[in-house]
Design a protein around this ligand. Structure first.
Ligand code: HEM
Length: 642
C-alpha cells in the first residue's frame, strides 16, 4: 500500500530516514533517562515483572547492578529499604545530552561556586545537575551536609574519579589519601596519619612539632632581619622589608619535612648566602601540584577533550612533576627504611646469639612500647568507626616518630599495604605543606589589607607576650620569648583570623560519591552520584553572616573574647573523610602570625599596584591556591616595630 503512495526507491530512503530518526530518538530517550538519574528507579519498577526477567538475559549488566546494590548493603551492614526508589527524584534543570548543565556555568568560569549558587536560588537546597559525565547533586543546607557527612557518612564515603587526579599518584587515584575510595586500607592509613598530624597536647609528638615550629619561625625572623629594606616608593625610610609568598611556602615545607620526615631542610644551607636549590625546587613543585589540584577544568567533566594535544602535553608535564616530587620523598624514606631493616637484622642476630632458640624480631616501635609512658594517654576519644582502633592505640602508646612508625607498620603488614600506598600516604601528608603555606600567606594578606583587625590582634598578642615574659624566668634576662605552640589556645583572635580567611577563601569540601542507591533529605540519590557542597552559600550568604564580604574577626569571637565555632562553619568537614591536617594548619599559622606581628606591622601598600593585586587575589573564588610562579602573587610589606 505504502509503495503505491511512495515510489519504491523513495520508499526505501524514507524507511531509512525513519529508522535513523527512531534510533536517534531512542538514544536521546536513553540519555535523558540516564541524565535524569532514573535508571535505578526504572530497574526497581521492572524488578518483579516478566519483562525484567527476560531483560536480565539480554542485559546482564542490569541484573549485576541490582545484585551489587544488595551485596554492598549487606557488606556495609546497612538496612536500606526499597522505599527509597519511591522517593521523589532531586529537582534540577533540564540537562542537554552529553554536556548536561555545564553550559549554564559559562558565565562563571572564574568563580564556579558563584555559578553553583545560582542553581540553589532556582531549584532549592538540594539540586540535581549533570556536569558532563558526572551525575551530581549540589547540596546547600547544613542539614543536608550533615546527612551526607555524618548520618549517612558510610553511604557517601567514596570520591569521584577525575583522570587528572590520577596523574599525581602514579596513575592510580587509590594511592591518594584524599582522593581514594573508602576501603580498609584507607581506614588503616587514616589511623596511622591521625596520631602523627593531630598530636595530643603534652605528648612527645606534640613537643616535637612545637620544636620544629620554633626553629622554623626563628629562622624566618632572622632571614627577614638580615634582608635589606625595600628601596622603591620611599619604602626605605620606614625600613620596610618585603615578604614574598615563596618564603612562606619554604617555611611551611621545612616544618613538614622536619616534623614528618625528620629532615631539617631549609632554603639556605649553613649560611644565609648559600641557597639550597634542590629544596627550593621541591617547594615550588609541591606548590604547582597543589595549585593544579585546586582547579576545576572543563576537561575534567568532558574527558573527550583530554585527547587534544595541548591538554595531553599538560597532563604529561603534571605527571613528570609529581613523579619527580615522589622520587625526592622516596629517597629520604628509603634511607630511613634501609637503616630500620639493618636495625632489624642486628636485633635478630643479637636475639639468636643471646637465646639460641628465640627467633622473633621485635621492632623499634615495640621497644618503644615497653618504655614507661609517662606522657601518653591511651584513651581514645575519637570515633572508633572511622579508624582502626588498635592501630591508633598502638601509635598513641608508641613514642616512635611518624616515619619510623609507618615504616615499621609497612614491614609488619606488607600483605595489606603496598609500598606505593605507604609512600603516597607519606607524600600526601608532606604535601599538606602547600595548603598551609598558601593559607598562611592569605591570612597575612588579609591582615595587611585590614589594619584595624591587625591592630586588634597585635594588641592582644603583645599583652600576652608581655605577661609570658614577666612570668618566665628567661624573660628576666631580657631575652625575647617566642610565642609557641603551647600558647595557641591563648590566642583566639589569631585563630579567628585563620577562620575568617578560610571563610572568605571559600575553601571547598572535596566532593564525595554515593556508594549505593540512597537518599538525601527525602530525595532519591542513585549510586555513583557526585555530591558537591555549596560552601558559597554557607560562607557568603546574608542568611548566615552580616556584611558577608567584609573581613571581620568578631564573627568567630564570643562576647567574652573566646573562640566561637558556629555550626554552619566547618572548613575541614566532618565525619570519616574529614581533614587530617587541621591541627597542623592552626598550629603553624598561629605561631607564625603571632611572632611576625610582634616584630612587624604588615602592609599591602608597598605600592598601589600591589595593594590592588592583593585585593584582587583575596576575592572569594573557591581555591586556596595563590599563583605559584614567583612574581605573579602579591607581596607583604613588613615595617619593623620599635
Ligand atoms: C590549609 C588548609 C586545609 C583545608 C582548608 C583543608 C580542608 C580539607 C577538606 C575540606 C577535606 C575534605 C573533607 C571531606 O571530604 O569531607 C580535606 C581532606 C583531607 N585533608 Fe585537608 N585541609 C587543609 C590542610 C591539610 C593539611 C595541611 C593536611 C596534611 C597534613 C591535610 C590532609 C588532609 C587529608 C589526608 C584529607 C583526606 C581525608 C580523607 O579523605 O580521608 N589537609 N581537607
Amino acid at each position: 500500500m505504502l509503495s503505491l503512495i511512495f515510489p519504491i526507491e523513495n520508499f526505501t530512503l524514507f524507511l531509512l530516514k525513519l529508522f535513523s530518526i527512531l534510533i536517534i530518538l531512542i538514544i536521546m530517550i536513553l540519555l535523558w533517562i540516564y541524565q535524569y538519574q532514573w535508571l535505578p528507579k526504572l530497574r526497581y519498577a521492572l524488578k518483579n515483572t516478566e519483562t525484567y526477567v527476560s531483560m536480565k538475559k539480554i542485559f546482564p549488566m542490569i541484573y549485576k547492578s541490582t545484585n551489587e546494590q544488595q551485596q554492598r548493603q549487606q557488606s556495609f551492614g546497612l538496612k536500606i529499604s526499597d522505599d527509597i526508589y519511591k522517593l521523589p527524584s532531586v529537582p534540577g534543570p533540564i540537562p542537554i545530552p552529553i554536556i548536561g548543565d555545564i553550559f549554564r556555568m559559562r558565565k562563571y568560569s572564574k568563580n564556579p561556586w558563584a555559578g553553583f549558587d545560582q542553581f540553589r536560588e532556582k531549584h532549592g537546597n538540594i539540586c540535581r545537575l549533570q556536569l558532563g559525565r558526572f551525575h551530581t547533586v549540589l547540596i546547600s543546607s547544613v542539614d543536608a551536609m550533615r546527612e551526607v557527612l555524618i548520618t549517612k557518612g558510610e553511604h557517601f564515603a567514596d570520591r569521584p574519579h577525575f583522570n587528572r587526579h590520577a596523574l599525581y599518584f602514579d596513575m592510580n587515584r587509590q594511592n591518594a589519601l584524599a582522593l581514594c575510595d573508602w576501603t580498609d586500607v584507607h581506614k588503616q592509613r587514616r589511623s596511622i596519619a591521625h596520631a602523627a598530624v593531630i598530636p595530643r597536647f603534652g605528648t612527645k609528638t606534640f613537643q616535637r612539632l612545637s620544636g620544629c615550629l620554633d626553629l622554623a619561625v626563628e629562622k624566618l625572623l632572622k632571614q627577614i632581619q638580615q634582608q635589606q629594606p625595600d628601596s622603591s616608593n620611599n619604602n626605605e625610610k620606614y625600613g620596610m622589608k618585603i615578604l614574598q609568598k615563596q618564603s612562606i611556602i619554604q617555611l611551611s615545607c621545612s616544618i613538614f619535612f622536619h616534623f614528618l620526615l625528620d629532615k631539617d631542610m631549609n632554603p639556605y644551607k649553613n649560611n644565609i648566602v648559600e641557597v639550597d636549590e634542590k629544596f627550593i625546587e621541591i617547594c615550588e613543585k609541591f606548590d604547582l601540584v597543589f595549585s593544579d589540584i585546586n582547579e576545576m577544568y572543563l576537561s575534567d567533566f568532558l574527558p573527550i577533550l583530554q585527547y587534544f594535544t595541548s591538554i595531553r602535553r599538560y597532563f604529561k608535564s603534571l605527571y613528570q612533576c609529581s613523579t619527580w616530587i615522589f622520587k625526592q620523598v622516596e629517597q629520604i624514606v628509603m634511607e630511613r627504611f634501609e637503616q630500620i631493616c639493618l636495625e632489624h637484622k642486628m636485633k635478630k642476630k643479637n636475639n639468636e646469639n643471646n637465646s639460641g632458640n628465640e627467633t622473633s624480631c621485635s621492632s623499634s616501635s615495640d621497644q618503644n612500647n615497653q618504655q614507661p609512658q609517662n606522657d601518653q594517654s591511651t584513651e581514645i576519644n575519637y570515633d572508633e568507626s572511622f579508624v582502626d582502633r588498635i592501630l591508633l592505640l598502638k601509635q598513641y602508646k608508641s613514642s616512635a616518630k611518624f616515619l619510623d612508625f609507618i615504616l615499621e607498620h609497612y614491614l609488619e603488614n606488607q600483605r595489606t599495604m603496598t609500598w606505593n600506598e605507604m609512600m603516597y600516604e607519606i607524600g600526601d601528608l608532606v604535601g599538606g605543606n602547600s595548603a598551609v603555606g598558601n593559607l598562611l600567606f592569605r591570612v597575612l594578606g588579609h591582615l595587611a589589607m585590614n589594619p584595624e583587625s591587625q591592630q586588634q590582634i597585635y594588641d592582644h598578642v603583645k599583652k600576652f607576650s608581655m605577661e609570658k615574659q614577666s612570668i618566665n624566668s628567661n624573660g628576666e634576662n631580657g631575652e625575647k620569648l617566642l610565642i609557641t605552640l603551647e600558647d595557641q589556645h591563648s590566642l583566639p583572635l589569631v585563630m579567628a583570623a585563620i577562620m575568617e580567611t578560610l571563610r572568605l577563601t571559600l575553601s571547598p569540601i572535596v566532593p564525595h560519591l554515593s556508594r549505593l542507591d540512597t537518599s538525601i533529605q527525602g530525595h532519591f540519590v542513585p549510586k555513583g552520584t557526585m555530591i558537591l557542597f555549596n560552601i558559597y552559600h554557607l560562607n557568603l550568604s546574608e542568611e548566615f553572616h552580616e556584611k558577608p564580604f567584609k573581613f571581620d574577626l568578631t564573627r568567630f569571637i564570643t562576647e567574652d573574647g573566646l573562640l566561637l565555632k558556629p555550626d554552619f562553619f566547618f572548613p575541614f568537614s566532618h565525619g570519616r573523610r574529614s581533614c587530617l591536617g587541621y591541627k597542623m594548619v592552626y598550629s603553624i599559622i598561629t605561631t607564625t602570625v603571632a611572632n611576625l606581628l610582634l616584630d612587624y606591622k604588615l602592609t599591602s601598600l608597598t605600592s598601589m599596584d600591589n595593594h590592588e593585586l592583593t585585593e584582587k587575589m583575596l576575592q572569594p573564588k573557591g581555591s586556596l591556591a595563590l599563583p605559584y610562579r614567583p612574581g605573579d602573587c602579591y607581596h607583604i610589606g613588613l615595617i619593623p616595630r620599635n
